[in-house]
Design a protein around this ligand. Structure first.
Ligand code: UDX
Ligand code: UDX
Length: 471
């Protein structure tokens, strides 16, 4: 491996969110000689990153507090001084949020790049000397082109000679999943670096080589790197939609989706991960990234390709609606006035994140049907549930028909059904005899994650419906 001349000594990361914070903390812990500034416009968020109370960090990830306490104020600094941090840095990561556009051209599909553009303009104004700009946020393909244009136009202004500016743009997407972010960063399957200038690519590769073997570092052109991130999430989401579509067929034919998943997953060409049937995928990335891909395809005139990926989203919505309908149907065709206990509201286990959680649409559907929901989730804040359910305008009139609960038993008292929506570990060990004794019979257990001890539930007198299993 030949020695690279450009050495990164100072990093600035714009955006101290879910991606920027943990990523920089891990780089700081692995590269004690690099000084890292994580900056954000949001001063409350920065204050929490600097809080002495490590349980108050703005992002909860197992292991993150320990790393922050080891590195903070040594080589890891959280600050709102964006301009000076840009000035000092040889490498700048852009980790600001890129939500789906709410209005204007591409509304509902394209990503809103206003924060990326604003950050690039700030970099153009304050950077000095050679600066490598790294896209960390998930971005539409060819965003690097926009960033390059903004940066290069600044060279034409009077700062050029004074600050001797020289920019290079890289794409280095993040593949961490919530709940396992630190593990994913410390031991990634691969690191992807896209760029045009070899010296800059190698400068970033050298940082990762401090703890990751070079074989795991993939170098591509800029556009392949940007597209690979969207494609990775689209493929993962597609697997979930695929198995959810098969789950419905299993129920119709008498097959068992767990057995089918196991049988196909043993084929090494298919692999056994991401084959769990459920209530539909949620989370901040999958839907947003597929919408982005669809928008791109349409932009380039590839309508059939857009339709193909749209199918993945359609199956997801259909799965959520299918579950709501199955619940109504099991309860003799009506849930009006009936109490239903909901177990789990987060989009997956081990997180308090509810963004795009299937629980939001399933609960909203049931509320619309007149059900009285009692929702229990071990980590999600009741205020968040209120926010999520209130934004569904169709539910406004029946706002009083849902409550949050502190325990499974409280939620279950006098209920006609219990619906498991999140795969929390504790739901595997529920004492169904105790729970069924407080319910109104005939009582149902609807397991959309296939995690409960169904034998125990059946022997306790519950009628059990499990997703993808002949019921
Ligand atoms: C990340 C990625 O960046 C996004 O592309 C991906 O699709 C989802 O994950 P995330 O870290 O989850 O986003 O976003 P968030 O937690 O909202 O953090 C972004 C931060 O950037 C916020 O703290 C916001 O205050 C900050 N920000 C935004 C700036 O500092 N400057 C800006 O101009 C805009
Ligand atoms: C995802 C990607 O995994 C990660 O690489 C990317 O950087 C960000 O988006 P995340 O959204 O945190 O991470 O969650 P993930 O574990 O991928 O799960 C997404 C959704 O799919 C969840 O709702 C989960 O419950 C669901 N899922 C996942 C299934 O229903 N079945 C499965 O087999 C796997």
């Amino acid at each position: 491996m030949k020695e690279n001349k450009f050495k990164v000594k100072t990093i600035c990361c714009i955006g101290a969110g879910y991606v920027g914070g943990p990523t920089m903390a891990v780089i700081a812990s692995k590269c004690p000689n690099i000084k890292i500034y994580v900056v954000d416009l949001n001063d409350e968020r920065i204050a929490r990153w600097n809080s002495n109370d490590l349980s108050d960090l703005p992002v909860f990830e197992p292991g993150l507090d320990k790393i922050v306490s080891q590195c903070r104020d040594k080589n890891l600094f959280f600050s709102t001084d964006v301009n000076n941090s840009i000035k000092e840095a040889d490498m700048i990561f852009l980790s600001v949020n890129t939500p789906t556009k709410a209005k204007g051209i591409g509304a509902g599909q394209a990503s809103d790049l206003k924060w990326i553009e604003a950050s690039a303009r700030q970099v153009a104004e304050f950077a000095e000397g050679k600066t490598i700009v790294v896209e960390k946020s998930t971005l539409p393909v060819r965003t690097a082109e926009t960033i390059k244009q903004i940066l290069s136009s600044s060279r034409k202004n009077s700062n050029e000679e004074q600050h001797n500016q020289e920019f290079s743009v890289l794409s280095n997407p993040e593949f961490l999943a919530e709940g396992t972010a630190i593990k994913d960063l410390q031991n990634p399957d691969r690191i992807l670096i896209g760029g045009e200038d070899e010296s800059s690519i190698e400068a970033l590769a050298e940082i990762y080589q401090n703890w990751i073997k070079d074989e795991k570092i993939i170098r591509t052109n800029l556009w392949s790197s940007e597209l690979s991130k969207l494609t990775a999430n689209a493929f993962l989401a597609q697997r979930v939609s695929s198995i959810n579509s098969i789950a419905a067929l299993c129920e119709a034919t008498g097959a068992n989706v767990n057995e089918v998943s196991n049988a196909i997953g043993r084929d090494s060409r298919i692999g056994n991960k991401f084959l769990k049937a459920g209530p539909g995928f949620g989370g901040s990335c999958f839907k947003k990234d597929i919408l982005n891909l669809i928008y791109l395809c349409k932009f380039y005139g590839l309508q059939e390709v857009a339709d193909y990926w749209e199918g993945v989203l359609k199956i997801n919505t259909w799965t959520q609606n299918r579950i709501s309908k199955a619940i109504v149907q099991k309860l003799f065709g009506t849930v009006s006035g009936k109490k239903i206990a909901i177990l789990g509201f987060a989009f997956k286990a081990d997180t308090n994140d509810t963004r795009e959680s299937s629980a939001i649409s399933i609960c909203s559907n049931l509320i619309e049907e007149g059900a009285n929901l009692w929702i229990y989730d071990p980590k999600v804040n009741p205020k968040q549930i209120e926010l999520d359910l209130n934004i569904q305008s169709s539910c406004k009139e029946s706002i009083s028909s849902w409550n949050t609960s502190d325990s499974i038993i409280e939620a279950a008292i006098d209920s006609d059904a219990i619906v498991v929506l999140t795969d929390w570990e504790q739901f595997k060990y529920v004492n169904w005899e105790e729970v069924s004794s407080v319910m109104r019979s005939p009582s149902w257990l609807i397991d959309t994650r296939n995690i409960v001890n169904h034998e125990n539930a059946i022997s306790s007198g519950l009628r059990v419906w499990r997703i993808g299993i002949d019921n």
